[in-house]
Design a protein around this ligand. Structure first.
Ligand SMILES: [Zn+2]
Length: 405
């Protein structure tokens, strides 16, 4: 069995052009929000890669809600500044004084009084209080609007969901680090008046999950998933070109191996950024109607950031946790292992269905990752970190198939 793991690892390490799907997705296709023409191009590209590896492919199409800002505006002291409305921002046009909350936390909110004001706060992707939670508390505290300051210097404005339950009650925008600190200084001088407006609308689109199967005639199907959609403001090299590159490489590697006694289904999900809508649609269509027997799901989201901390999270199965723990130790894979549930990702619908989920990510939390910005670009990535993460993901699959041999 060790030989299967070694075989997978050497396949991955001898593979050339591991980064090339990321260059294609970012440079040839570009931002690919679910339902867009670019998303269709990405789906066709991924499907052709599955075809090249001799997988049986299909498209799982689903309808989902989307949102776009028709107009938005932000001015400080009558001077307009660039801003981005968050996805699902509330509509509104207003002027008001700002209240600055430096480090949004439960405790900070308890002592903050901003009723009738615009709440201004700093937040960063994946750390501290999530922006949807900040917005909820902003609304509860009677804020007129919410403005988030980007934590990355350099005029960068990020985007993301601001609400988990439809269009928010108040407008919510992001401004750059520099604009944010200008505004913060104005507030200190007693002059933090902002005029802003957001007008957005909701509409329905069709998302496409791309499916590739390796059938071994087994009753059990291991799922490997990664989302390919992005926000409309960025090419998504890291989030989630890396996950797609890992997914494609694993599908190529596993299709070359001997029959493993278990089926593999590779899924490139759409609409993850909008609240894992592609994997939720898959849950409804496949999991809830028991179309497949799924012993485990592997989720690949943000799999390779150079020098970042590699983390494996295994939930819903103590047995699989123990197997993966032993693998990491015996191969000296430099990874942190935990049992964190896959909140906010395509692993979550599987987790809700009591299916064991293993998630792999490599994130450098000491540096800005540029996720959800125009600067999430391929030159920040390295083939080495992508090979390492992909080899580890492959070794895990090679270990899990032992149960079927
Ligand atoms: Zn992602």
């Amino acid at each position: 069995m060790t030989s299967l793991i070694t075989e997978i690892i050497s396949h991955v390490w001898s593979s050339k052009e591991l980064l090339s799907p990321i260059f294609h997705l970012c440079d040839k296709i570009g931002p690919r929000p679910s339902g867009s023409r670019a998303a269709d191009n990405a789906a066709n590209f991924i499907r052709s890669k599955f075809d090249d590896s001799q997988l049986t492919t299909s498209i799982h199409e689903f309808s989902h809600g989307s949102w776009t800002a028709e107009k938005h505006f932000l001015a400080i002291d009558n001077q307009e500044f660039p801003s981005t409305p968050f996805n699902l921002s509330g509509n509104g046009q207003l002027s008001g004084e700002c209240f600055y909350l430096p480090n949004p936390s439960k405790e900070a909110f308890e002592h903050a009084h901003f009723e009738g004001k615009i709440l201004l706060a700093e937040a960063v992707h994946g750390m501290g209080m999530h922006r949807t939670e900040i917005l909820k508390r902003a609304v509860e505290g009677g804020a007129l609007a919410y403005i988030q300051i980007s934590k990355i210097p350099g005029g960068i404005v990020e985007t993301g969901n601001i609400s988990t339950k439809g269009v928010a009650n108040i407008p919510a925008l992001c401004i750059s680090y520099e604009t944010g600190h200008f505004l913060r200084r104005k507030i200190q001088q007693g002059d933090g008046r902002v005029t802003l407006s957001v007008k957005g609308s909701e509409f329905e689109v069709k998302g496409k999950n791309v499916i590739g199967n390796i059938d071994s005639g087994s009753d059990d199907t291991i799922i490997i998933g990664a989302h390919y959609d992005t926000w409309e403001n960025g090419p998504g090299a890291f989030d989630n070109g890396t996950g797609i590159a890992t997914l494609l490489e694993l599908s190529k590697t596993l299709s070359k191996l001997q029959q493993s006694g278990v089926n593999f289904q590779f899924i490139a999900f759409s609409a993850e950024e909008l609240g894992f809508k592609g994997s939720m649609a898959y849950k409804k269509e496949v999991i809830e109607s028991n179309k497949l027997q799924i012993p485990i799901m592997m989720n690949l989201d943000c799999t390779a950031y150079p020098k970042g901390q590699r983390t494996l999270s295994v939930s819903n199965s103590e047995e699989d946790f123990a197997i993966i723990n032993q693998l990491i130790n015996s191969y000296n894979f430099n990874s942190v292992l935990n049992t964190r549930p896959p909140f906010g990702t395509d692993g979550f619908p599987f987790y809700l269905s009591k299916i064991p989920v293993v998630s792999l990510e490599q994130i450098d939390r000491t540096k800005p990752s540029f996720m959800h910005t125009p600067f999430d670009t391929p030159e920040k990535l390295t083939e080495n970190s992508l090979k390492n993460s992909t080899a580890i993901a492959g070794a895990i699959l090679g270990t899990l198939v032992q149960k079927y041999q």
